[in-house]
Design a protein. Structure first.
Length: 190
């Protein structure tokens, strides 16, 4: 039987030295914690917040992330595509997500606010109605990605092929449209 830990606050904990106990964490807050290179496999996080934490390169095999909010977190190289897909729900604010993978993840209505998503794999992800508010998408991979009704008006540095992605009713700024024309190798001057 799995232990359930409710409404706890973990502050300034370094889980590289002693791993986080395998359990279900519900309504918990993790503040200034270090999870980098730790094993979070088979742990369930439900209605939790992570603030100013480093989870870079943590193992997320079979990890449940249900209604999780990450704020000011370092999340480099994470394989969100290895998480449990059932009820997967995340939101990111002022996070570094560089080199992470959301391959085939369902991220409907997910909010990315002021985040770095450099070289992130978004191939085959469902980002219907997702919002990329002031996000850097340099070299992010969009391939067979669903972006229906997504909002990329304030996103920048993205490049995607409209013929290889579903961008129906997605919102882009006039300046950002350049990121949709890269395959044509044309020069656009102001």
């Amino acid at each position: 039987m799995t232990d359930v830990i409710y409404d706890n606050t973990f502050e300034a904990s370094d889980f590289r030295e002693s791993n986080l106990k395998k359990a279900d964490y519900e309504g918990c807050s993790f503040i200034n914690c270090n999870f980098s290179n730790t094993n979070l496999a088979d742990i369930n996080f439900i209605d939790c917040t992570f603030s100013n934490c480093d989870l870079s390169m943590a193992v997320l095999n079979n990890t449940a992330l249900r209604n999780i909010h990450f704020k000011n977190c370092k999340l480099l190289g994470l394989r969100f595509d290895h998480c449990k897909p059932f009820l997967f729900e995340v939101a990111f604010e002022k996070c570094q997500l560089n080199l992470s993978s959301f391959f085939q993840c369902v991220l409907k209505k997910t909010r990315f606010q002021n985040c770095e998503l450099k070289e992130v794999d978004l191939a085959e992800a469902n980002l219907t109605e997702a919002v990329f508010d002031s996000c850097d998408l340099s070299e992010a991979i969009f391939d067979n990605t669903t972006l229906e009704n997504a909002d990329l008006r304030t996103a920048h540095n993205y490049s995607m092929d409209p013929d290889k992605n579903n961008i129906k009713k997605a919102k882009f700024s006039a300046a950002g449209v350049i990121g949709l024309l890269g395959k044509y190798d044309i020069v656009i001057e102001p």
